[in-house]
Design a protein around this ligand. Sequence first.
Ligand SMILES: Cc1cc2nc3c(=O)[nH]c(=O)nc-3n(C[C@H](O)[C@H](O)[C@H](O)COP(=O)(O)O)c2cc1C
Length: 374
Amino acid sequence: MGRRLETPMYDVNLSYEENYRRGPFGAYAQALQREDSNDRVLDGNREGESKLSSFLGFEVRKPFGIPAGPLLNSHFTDAAFRLGFDMCTYKTVRSRAWACNPFPNVLAVHAKTPTGFISAGSPETEAGLIADTRYEQPLSISNSFGVPSQDPDVWQPDMQLAMEHSGKGQLLIPSFQGSRTSDMSTAEYVDDHVTAAKLVMETGAKLLEMNTSCPNEGPGRLLCDNPDLVGEICESVKNEIGDVPLMIKLAYVPDDDTLKHMLDVTVGRGSVQGIVAINTISARLVDAQGRQALPGAGRDRSGVCGHAILQAGLEMVARLSSIRRRGEYDFSIIGVGGVSDAGDYERYRSNGADAVQAATASMWNPKLAAEISR
Ligand SMILES: Cc1cc2nc3c(=O)[nH]c(=O)nc-3n(C[C@H](O)[C@H](O)[C@H](O)COP(=O)(O)O)c2cc1C
């Protein structure tokens, strides 16, 4: 835990737009400057690792990578692939351009709980966690972007490039979500997901991830809090994409009945083939004086990720895996949340994850994939 933090790939002192234009930074930027092709860089780094795993029918060298979030565009995904992150998810896109929340978008979070972990709705997350600019190990952060998106005319060709640049045994996963505007009916909202999925398919995508777990229903309200609506949307999206596998990204679901219901209306209806879990855990964020840490209305709470959510992520994956083991449903699981070293990767795998991804730790540790592949 005592290791030094490296220059992050995403510069938290710059706006999202600056990062989109100028990133990635640090060792990720250096990886892009090498002249070798992706495959040569990887072969040189990873002699002897020739066995491929299978994930939803795709061959992957190591079922580990970076989930939707830090990889803003193909510059970021190219760099991550070169550093051996074999399953990289392109940050969530929408059917239309969508502005980012005001700066700052990332703060360090100090989860001073007895265990160092947080759980959804706990006294600590409700009372307020201290958030500031002191980034330290064990690393936890908050991200408050509001899921910005470029216009499809910008992200479609870029996503296509990102896919083309993946090396042998590497997988680019496109993430998308629907956009809710105040004048929209539920039917129009469902249709917006279908439109976004169609736009992703036009890039040549071979599998899709649909984000249901950001506060896209208004402050603090998640689409995945409403399993029946998720089920309806997934059926419509599946009608559009046909045999292409669909994964859904879920937030932490505290009770088994709701989780089982979510699987009934998605996996059970044949519209979803994989679950990605978990997204951030919502907490009230305060500064050292107890004042709201992020500026602006509706930002008193924000999603926490990194080490503080490891226990919640492991627990949710164990519950998903136990439902799968009982033979009710067959689906793939990507375990996400708080992974910061090879031990955490193994813990997720032992709990039943077919693949594992790390967002926060990968941002600050460009060697994470190499350490896990060793
Ligand atoms: C900078 C940043 C941006 C993120 N943006 C998205 C996003 O656009 N879509 C999404 O589904 N999850 C997003 N996430 C959530 C991550 O995919 C992941 O679920 C969460 O960070 C927990 O993983 P971690 O503890 O390894 O960071 C983002 C996370 C970070 C750190």
